[in-house]
Design a protein around this ligand. Structure first.
Ligand code: CMP
Length: 225
């Protein structure tokens, strides 16, 4: 398994090479194609996952079947830990949005690691606090920002994490359909499409299949405030 990306993840930064090698012996590889689910909301869980490559969306379904996305995660990030720390069914459905490779770690193995290496707990707490901060920001945006503002913010956040320099701007290969982008922003597809079309018309972005090129970062940032 190509675990170099995990070696660089903050969670494992404090482990020496021997401890890291021992940990990787415990990991199991999971390969997924786009649209394949790792687990579903309500399932029982006995392991958590690190993303080695690709992207995973975490989503919830309303009783009437509508979908909402909590987060898009990429390489080096982890998910599926809530069922371990607060035993309860899975809080969201995890689905690959591109070809994705995961490394699964059983709860017993993580517990043993945390017992032997308390410094890993501190890193884990930091990752959870960062997630809560992001969730609070999204919650405030749902109340305080209009849809174009939320779309601008979502694009900037995706650019921050997945963006790569392109000749005329920053290429963000987010891998999401417009429907998924709308689910992430918490608005209808029509309203999100309208906001995207307006940004295109103003020359701030260019749309590509499951990607966007940000041409004017500054204007987009102003619109996100
Ligand atoms: P678990 O409940 O085991 O399975 C679903 C996972 O989704 C959960 O663990 C978390 O890892 C992840 N998750 C839940 N809520 C959020 C959120 N707001 N942001 C990012 N990830 C989340």
């Amino acid at each position: 398994m190509d675990i170099e990306v995990l070696r660089r993840a903050p969670l494992f930064a404090t482990l020496d090479d021997d401890a890291f090698r021992l940990l990787t012996d415990e990991l199991t590889e999971v390969d997924l194609s786009r649209g394949a689910s790792v687990f579903r909301e309500g399932d029982q869980g006995d392991q958590l996952y690190f993303i080695v490559s690709g992207k995973v969306k975490l989503g919830r379904t309303s009783p009437d079947g509508r979908e909402s996305l909590l987060a898009i995660l990429g390489p080096g990030e982890l998910f599926g830990e809530m069922a371990l720390f607060d035993p309860a069914p899975r809080n969201a459905t995890a689905t690959a949005v591109s070809e994705t490779r995961l490394a699964g770690l059983k709860n017993e193995s993580l517990n043993a690691l945390l017992r032997n290496r308390p410094e890993v707990s501190a890193q884990l707490l930091q990752a959870l606090a960062r997630r809560l901060r992001r969730t609070n920001d999204s919650l405030s945006d749902l109340v305080f920002s209009d849809v174009p503002g939320r779309v601008a913010k979502a694009l900037l956040d995706l650019a921050d994490r997945f963006g790569r320099p392109a000749t005329d701007g920053v290429l963000v290969a987010h891998e999401l359909t417009q429907e998924e982008l709308a689910q992430l922003v918490g608005a209808s597809r029509e309203t999100v499409n309208k906001a995207l079309a307006e940004f295109v018309q103003r020359g701030w972005i260019r749309l590509e299949a499951r990607a966007v090129v940000i041409l004017d970062m500054q204007r987009l940032r102003q619109r996100s405030r």
